[in-house]
Design a protein around this ligand. Structure first.
Ligand code: ADP
Length: 191
């Protein structure tokens, strides 16, 4: 990837769960810090996975992050000398995150956003598709299908071990819910 160093840009890292989006985001952020750039990282307050104060990957690497309730909160943290803004789990933010990213990139900042491109139904997820459209760089990562070992582009939602239906509610009281990476062939969404 050739990234201009003298003006802003938007980079988007997408893929299903377990595809290494957080790992890749953290790798880029650590390199920016090594380059002595001023880095700020954000994640939605809704994402309490592993730790509230860090972006953490499934493999355990982490980077300090601010938990925010809405994308416009990012603007309150930006300082004169901020150069790089990382956003994890970007799919959970409202549509306004697209405009915030655009504004920051127009101001000369490097914005790196990571998130799910599809929900468990295999449909475009929240603001991610729009962000992909206006980004300079998009990396679509794959995980490994838990059924066949092929590259996986999708996230399988399981409720009590069985594929979740298209219309199953987001919150299911008393049910055990889990997610795994699956290829197109093995991704199931009963109607
Ligand atoms: P994401 O942010 O996309 O959910 P993470 O960066 O948190 O992904 O985690 C990626 C790590 O998850 C991999 O490096 C690997 O250690 C682990 N992992 C667990 N299950 C899988 C899978 N099915 N395919 C690929 N990696 C997996």
């Amino acid at each position: 990837m050739y990234r201009p160093s003298h003006h802003g840009c938007i980079e988007v890292i997408v893929g299903p769960m377990y595809s290494g989006k957080s790992e890749e985001l953290i790798r880029r952020l650590k390199r920016a810090e090594i380059a002595r750039q001023n880095v700020l990282v954000f994640k939605p307050a809704i994402d309490n996975r592993y730790c509230v104060e860090n972006v953490v990957s499934h493999s355990g690497v982490r980077f300090k992050a601010h938990r925010i309730n809405k994308a416009s909160d990012i603007l309150t943290y930006i300082e004169e000398d901020t150069q790089v803004v990382g956003i994890d789990e970007v799919q959970f933010f409202e549509e306004e995150v697209v405009e915030i990213a655009r504004t920051l990139a127009d101001r000369g900042l490097r914005v790196i956003a990571a998130g799910l491109d599809m929900d468990f139904r295999g449909e475009p997820f929240g603001p991610t598709p729009k962000l992909m459209a206006i980004a300079e760089f998009v990396d679509k990562l794959t995980a490994i299908c838990m059924i066949c070992g092929d590259p996986a582009h999708r996230t399988q939602r399981l409720i009590n071990g069985s594929p979740a239906s298209y219309d199953d509610p987001t919150i299911l009281v008393g049910a055990t819910e889990s997610y795994e990476a699956r290829c197109r062939l093995h991704h199931q969404v009963p109607k």
